[in-house]
Design a protein around this ligand. Structure first.
Ligand SMILES: Nc1ncnc2c1ncn2[C@@H]1O[C@H](COP(=O)(O)OP(=O)(O)OP(=O)(O)O)[C@@H](O)[C@H]1O
Length: 251
């Protein structure tokens, strides 16, 4: 089995007296989509914050490629290849899709944003940006301002911006939220293709999408990890069914 890219080791987080993350351990391996699910308030978003570096755990460790990054800030983790999409991704509405990706590529190169005017004329950068847009299925929309893209296309662009920095992994918090049925299908296909290049830790409420996409699923409930397993394993798990009582995902 390949070495995991990301390891969460007994992570703990409290907000006042509330234990929101309790001894949570899981890993993310190359080529996989690992979905994190659980009822409302289970602690999924908090766990993503602990991984990205927005929040520091009270105890436990986050390892990226075997390196302990627990004490590193969000930008320091991002530089090591931890890309979080959709909440911190900066897409500039007035810039074309191509310019947005070129800017991300340039930032990933370590060059200064001061040079972006010159850079967007640079053929090499544009070729790479175009290839990234092709990869997410937006090649034909390269010249359209980001602000004029449809909701689903904007998500595709956000993914292009995220992968332009050549991350080691992607943290995706509800990438399908607000997408219509066709857009959802397109995004599922895209995530399926992207995972070979970049493994994905995914928080998603759309259970059908989770079952279609995830190689492994971890279920959180009240801050505790109940089980990690395949879709069939977690669907058959009695504690998972109890945790979801009253919610419609497993009805
Ligand atoms: N900054 C905070 N201060 C205090 N309590 C918080 C804070 N952030 C989250 N919580 C609490 O922690 C618990 C877990 O919240 P979290 O947002 O991580 O859950 P979630 O599984 O992502 O929920 P949802 O599916 O509804 O988005 C909730 O009870 C929430 O009210």
């Amino acid at each position: 089995m390949p070495e995991p890219i990301l390891v969460l080791d007994k992570l703990e987080k409290h907000f006042g007296g509330l234990a929101v993350t309790q001894q949570v351990s899981l890993d993310l391996r190359p080529g996989e989509i690992h979905a994190l699910i659980g009822p409302n308030g289970a602690g999924k978003t908090t766990l993503i914050h602990l991984v990205s570096g927005t929040l520091r755990p009270d105890a436990g460790r986050v390892l990226l490629d075997g390196r302990d990054v627990t004490r590193l800030s969000l930008p320091q983790r991002a530089r090591l290849g931890l890309a979080r999409s959709f909440q911190i991704t900066c897409v500039i509405p007035g810039f074309s899709a191509l310019e947005n990706v070129a800017l991300a590529l340039q930032a990933g190169d370590g060059s200064s944003f001061r040079f972006f005017r010159a850079a967007h004329h640079e053929a090499r950068l544009n070729d790479a940006a175009r290839a990234t847009l092709d990869e997410v299925g937006l090649g034909a929309r390269a010249t359209i301002p980001a602000g004029a893209l449809s909701h689903g296309e904007r998500r595709q662009l956000e993914l292009a911006v995220a992968i332009a920095t050549q991350p080691r992994l992607l943290l995706l918090d509800e990438p399908l939220a607000g997408a219509g049925p066709e857009e959802t299908e397109r995004l599922i296909g895209l995530l399926q293709r992207l995972k070979a290049r970049c493994p994905i830790l995914l928080v998603e409420h759309d259970m059908q999408a989770v079952f279609a996409l995830a190689d492994r699923i971890s279920v959180l409930n009240q801050g505790q990890l109940i089980v990690t397993g395949s879709a069939a394993q977690i669907q058959a798990h009695p504690e998972v069914q109890t945790a979801y009582l009253g919610e419609d995902e497993f009805a």
